[in-house]
Write a protein that binds this ligand. Structure first.
Ligand SMILES: C[S@@+](CC[C@H](N)C(=O)[O-])C[C@H]1O[C@@H](n2cnc3c(N)ncnc32)[C@H](O)[C@@H]1O
Length: 213
C-alpha cells in the first residue's frame, strides 16, 4: 500500500515538474518572439526614463487641448503621463502583443480608458492625422521611413518630438543635448528629402548599434 502511494506521488511530482517546465519554456519563447518581432518591425523595447518622458511632453508644450500619439508606445508610460499629468488625450500604437496587452491593463486599472487609447499593430498602418503632438523613440532607419508619413498626414502646426535619433528631412524647431531630444514640425526642411550628412548618418548608425533602443 505504501509502495503504491509512493509510486502515485512520484508520478504526480514528475507530471507537475513537466507541466511547469513546458509553461516556463512557452513563456520564455513568447517573450523572445515578442521582442524580436518589435525589433524586426522598427525598434526593440527600451523604455524612456520617466524624467525624459516629462522632458518630451514639455518640449512639445503638451496641454489639455492636445492629442498625443506615441508611435511604439511600449509599456504605455508616455501616454499615461500625457493624460494624467498634462490632461491631454493620448493614443499609443504598439506592435508587440505582450506590451499592447500590458497597456490595455494599465489604462483600465488607472481608469484612463476615456482619455487613453491603445491600438495594436504596425504604426505605419495607422492613421495619425488627429495628433497634435507625436512622440517617437525608434531607430534611425525607422525614423527616416516615418518622416514622409508624418508630413503627409499631420497638420502643419503639429509637433513631433524624437528621442535619441533625428528625422533629417523634417524642419527642426529646436533640440536639446541631454537627454537627446529633437522637436520638429511635419514640414520638409529646406533640404527637402535631405539625406543626413555622411558624418551625421555615420554617427547615428553607430549610435544605433551602441544604444539599441
Ligand atoms: C524604444 S521603445 C519606446 C517605447 C516607448 N515609446 C517609450 O518611450 O518608453 C520602441 C517601441 O516601439 C515598438 N515598435 C517597434 N516597431 C513598431 C511598429 N512598426 N509599430 C508599432 N510599434 C512598434 C516596440 O515594440 C517598442 O515597444
Amino acid at each position: 500500500m505504501i509502495d503504491l502511494l509512493q509510486d502515485l506521488l512520484s508520478i504526480r511530482v514528475v507530471q507537475l515538474v513537466l507541466s511547469w517546465t513546458v509553461a516556463l519554456v512557452t513563456i520564455v519563447f513568447l517573450i523572445g518572439l515578442s521582442m524580436s518581432w518589435s525589433n524586426i518591425r522598427g525598434a526593440p523595447w527600451v523604455p524612456t526614463p520617466i524624467g525624459t518622458v516629462h522632458d518630451m511632453l514639455q518640449l512639445a508644450d503638451v496641454g489639455h487641448r492636445d492629442v498625443v500619439y506615441d508611435l511604439g508606445c511600449g509599456d504605455g508610460r508616455l501616454i499615461v503621463a500625457a493624460a494624467r499629468k498634462y490632461g491631454a488625450r493620448a493614443v499609443g500604437i504598439e506592435v508587440d502583443p505582450m506590451r499592447f496587452l500590458w497597456c490595455q491593463l494599465l489604462i483600465t486599472v488607472l481608469g484612463l480608458r476615456s482619455r487613453v487609447t491603445v491600438r495594436f499593430g504596425d504604426l505605419f498602418k495607422h492613421d495619425v492625422s488627429e495628433a497634435t503632438a507625436v512622440m517617437v523613440y525608434l531607430l534611425p532607419d525607422t525614423n527616416r521611413r516615418l518622416q514622409h508619413k508624418l508630413v503627409s498626414e499631420l497638420p502643419a502646426e503639429a509637433q513631433i518630438v524624437a528621442h535619441s535619433f533625428t528625422m533629417p528631412a523634417l524642419e527642426e524647431v529646436t533640440s536639446i543635448e541631454s537627454p537627446e531630444l529633437y522637436l520638429y514640425r511635419p514640414v520638409m526642411s529646406a533640404k527637402g528629402e535631405a539625406t543626413p550628412s555622411p558624418e551625421r548618418a555615420g554617427r547615428e548608425d553607430q549610435g544605433q548599434q551602441d544604444r539599441q533602443p
